[in-house]
Write a protein that binds this ligand. Structure first.
Ligand code: ATP
Ligand code: MG
Length: 417
């Protein structure tokens, strides 16, 4: 993509009312637009990042056998009344809307109830299991505090998967498979090293739920972590009893702030029972289906990457989720040979399937450098009079700022390594 064609512009200052670092940097870089507190639109650069996160999540959910669907946002109150979750006293973050004088609808904050309704039409025999179904879809939550940028949206995209199995063993087994898939997702998104599987307050069927917490000072959660064992305990369940149960020593745990990037639960029969989702076992006996659920916020992951990896100059994107692999800067100063060489480089990268943001704008070099640092694409390639004379480009890595001269024939290899 040619930067001269990109409709978004970078800006020096973030809006005064924006206090979250992730949103400040993302707004300045032209990745997102703030509509109001907790409500953001994704612009071309931001959408590319979100789509990359979506692709990683989809690949990993498909790999554990998840089947993708797309459910509706508008929610019929009936099944929610059956499970006791329609009341605002029980679920305090419902957005509800009125269809007519006497009929209300909900805007989905989660999808256990409607999916159980769907499954009732399709699974009934022990032969129909196990199954896992997921979607990547917009959720609405009336979050009271919305000061954390895209980490806590009132409208946000979530991947939510639900599993349907016959026995506790099947549930435990699938839960572990998804936990492993989650760690792969966070590794691929560039935050694996600082993300810890964390014991947190329970699902309805188990003593704990598993959160995935990324170390970050901006986090709202406090966790106690064992770095070597690569696990942690959320403050909400950090009691002498729990530590003993988990075989953890209080003194060997480190207290830290963290962001919850994912959460997986064993639901058991919490929803299948009241909604009548059952199956006939081998003996022909009717039994309730056992369920689990598995959530990740896409914007939460994106915001966490920004919060934890950015430096004083701007965003630093890990390769797999970066909006582009290469930021190509033409510093021509009006020199046509430089423009021609940069154009050629742009084509060459394209031919090799490498995504490029090409800064072909007629602006000062200093502005191009500052924008490249703010936008945070992993590799910057500079073409200038000097590099043309030397027959190559100057390659700079965004993470550590190291710059090397690379001859034209070595560029593709440089990017691969
Ligand atoms: P929190 O405690 O942060 O409010 P939660 O425990 O209510 O989150 P879940 O219902 O477990 O959230 O949702 C699954 C995942 O969806 C979370 O782990 C997080 O990644 C993401 N998520 C939840 N709420 C939001 C939000 N308001 N904005 C963006 N992502 C969110
Ligand atoms: Mg949670």
């Amino acid at each position: 993509m040619r930067q001269s064609q990109l409709f978004t512009k970078t800006r020096r200052d973030a809006p005064k009312d924006e206090v979250a670092k992730n949103a400040q940097l993302l707004i300045r870089g032209g990745f997102i637009h703030k509509e109001m507190a907790g409500v953001y639109s994704y612009l071309p650069l931001g959408l590319r990042v979100l789509k990359n996160i979506e692709r990683i999540i989809r690949e990993e959910m498909d790999a554990v056998g998840g089947q993708e669907i797309l459910m509706t946002t508008l929610q019929d109150p009936a099944p929610w009344k059956k499970t006791g979750r329609w009341s605002d006293d029980v679920v305090d973050n419902w957005f509800k809307t009125r269809l007519s004088e006497d009929s209300e609808l909900g805007l989905g904050h989660s999808h256990e109830e409607p999916l159980v309704q769907i499954m009732r039409d399709h699974v009934s025999s022990y032969r129909d299991f196990p199954k896992a179904v997921y979607q990547i879809q917009t959720k609405f939550r009336r979050e009271l505090r919305s000061k954390s940028g895209i980490l806590r949206g009132r409208e946000f995209v979530m991947k939510d998967m639900y599993s349907f199995v016959r026995t506790q063993e099947e549930l435990d087994e699938f839960h572990e498979q998804v936990a492993a898939a989650y760690m792969r997702i966070f590794e691929r998104a560039g935050i694996g090293e600082r993300t810890f599987r964390t014991f947190a307050s329970g699902g309805s069927f188990s003593r704990f739920s598993d959160e995935f917490q990324t170390l970050c000072d901006a986090g709202e959660d406090t966790i106690y972590l064992d770095r070597e064992a690569k696990l942690a305990v959320n403050k909400e369940v950090h009691t002498p009893d729990v530590l003993e149960e988990l075989g953890l020593k209080k003194d060997s745990l480190e207290e830290a702030k963290a962001i919850e990037v994912g959460n997986i639960f064993k639901l058991g029969t919490r929803f299948s029972e009241p909604l009548g989702l059952t199956f006939k076992d081998e003996k022909g006996e009717e039994r309730p289906v056992i369920m689990g659920c598995y959530g990740i916020g896409l914007g939460r992951v994106m915001g966490t990457v920004v919060e934890s990896l950015a430096d004083e100059k701007g965003v630093v994107w890990p390769e797999e989720i970066a909006p582009f692999r290469v930021h190509l800067l033409a510093l021509s100063g009006g020199n046509r040979d430089v423009v021609a060489e940069a154009d050629r480089m742009y084509d060459l990268l394209h031919e090799h399937g490498i995504s490029v943001l090409y800064d072909d704008r007629d602006v000062r070099a200093g502005e191009k450098f500052a924008d490249a640092e703010l936008i945070g694409i992993p590799t910057r390639l500079v073409v200038s009079e000097k590099t043309v004379a030397e027959g190559g480009v100057e390659a700079t890595t965004r993470t550590d700022g190291t710059t090397t001269f690379v001859s034209e024939s070595g560029i593709i290899e440089h990017l691969a390594g």
